[in-house]
Design a binder for this molecule. Structure first.
Ligand code: NAD
Ligand code: ZN
Length: 254
């Protein structure tokens, strides 16, 4: 059912929340657009500007690694300054109230953690762009460390001083394996929840998009909050096609 307007959507959402014991919020780039981080698929989104660098390309070429890091540093002003929005704050509130044991997110911006949710309760399906790791030995590096070496080498991406492996922002690129622990954690909460809230995702990126479908098949109520239609609107119990911040603001107050 598609809510006819924002007020009706908020009322229906309130009813779903009142009936739920275990909620599983599942977030995508749309929850962070009001924080100044563009999404990928909205008109004017990142992918209308440049195509992504896949995992094999990154591993296979120094030029691609240089380009990937150039792009990452170009985004730093946005990522570095972003603060949690109304959607993040509402979900943090649900978590604190013991109603949402964990947040499943496709986002890489660290904003759920910044909203006060401990990192073990943020299930990151696509990793995190606020730090870097060595692809071979998994040693963790700060972006500051990478950027110093990058600048000193005239725009050349550094390799790991310990093992010589390539250093990549800790995100999951196309063609890269999904993180097994996060996938298991997301499966567990998807199976356990009675309310699944898909927020700000085009639900077009697989396998992440499988979670709302699984939740629905397991009998959970499925709510989709997204300003554009998604492929799963037909099977959702409630679709709120409105701004996420405006929809979740009433739940964000302390
Ligand atoms: P997407 O770009 O495919 O879809 C975002 C959806 O959010 C769009 O359908 C758009 O209509 C909607 N939206 C945007 N702002 C909104 C708002 N204020 N209110 C309501 N709806 C809004 O994003 P996705 O489904 O998360 O998939 C993209 C992938 O790219 C993700 O897997 C993620 O890893 C990555 N990504 C992450 C970030 C981030 O961390 N903030 C940003 C861009 C891309
Ligand atoms: Zn290493």
């Amino acid at each position: 059912m598609i809510a006819s307007d924002l007020e009706t959507g908020i009322d229906r959402l309130r009813e779903c929340l009142a009936r739920s014991k275990v909620m599983a919020p599942f977030t995508g780039a749309g929850i962070s657009t009001e924080c100044g981080i563009p999404d990928f698929r909205s008109p004017g989104g990142l992918w209308t500007k440049m195509s992504p660098i896949g995992f094999d390309a990154f591993r296979g070429s120094q030029d691609m690694r240089d380009e990937a890091w150039r792009r990452r540093f170009a985004m730093q002003e946005r990522f570095g300054q972003a603060r949690p929005g109304r959607g993040h704050r509402a979900l943090a509130q649900f978590h604190r109230a013991g109603r949402a044991p964990a947040i499943i997110t496709q986002n890489i911006d660290n904003l759920h953690q910044a909203s006060g949710i401990a990192e073990e309760h943020v299930i990151e399906l696509h990793g995190n762009t606020t730090y870097a790791t060595c692809l071979d030995c998994a040693r963790r590096y700060t972006l500051g460390w990478v950027s110093e070496r990058f600048e000193a080498a005239g725009g050349r991406a550094p390799d790991c001083p310990d093992c010589g492996g390539h250093i990549k922002s800790a995100t999951i690129s196309f063609g890269q394996a999904m993180p097994p622990a996060a996938m298991r954690a997301a499966e567990k909460i998807t199976a356990a929840c009675d309310l699944f809230l898909a927020i700000g995702s085009s639900l077009a990126v697989w396998p992440a998009a499988g979670f709302p479908l699984t939740a629905k098949r397991n009998g959970a109520v499925l709510v989709i909050i997204n300003r554009e239609p998604t492929d799963f609107d037909d099977i959702a119990d409630l679709v709120i096609r409105a701004d996420i911040g405006a929809t979740l603001q009433p739940f964000a107050a302390d």
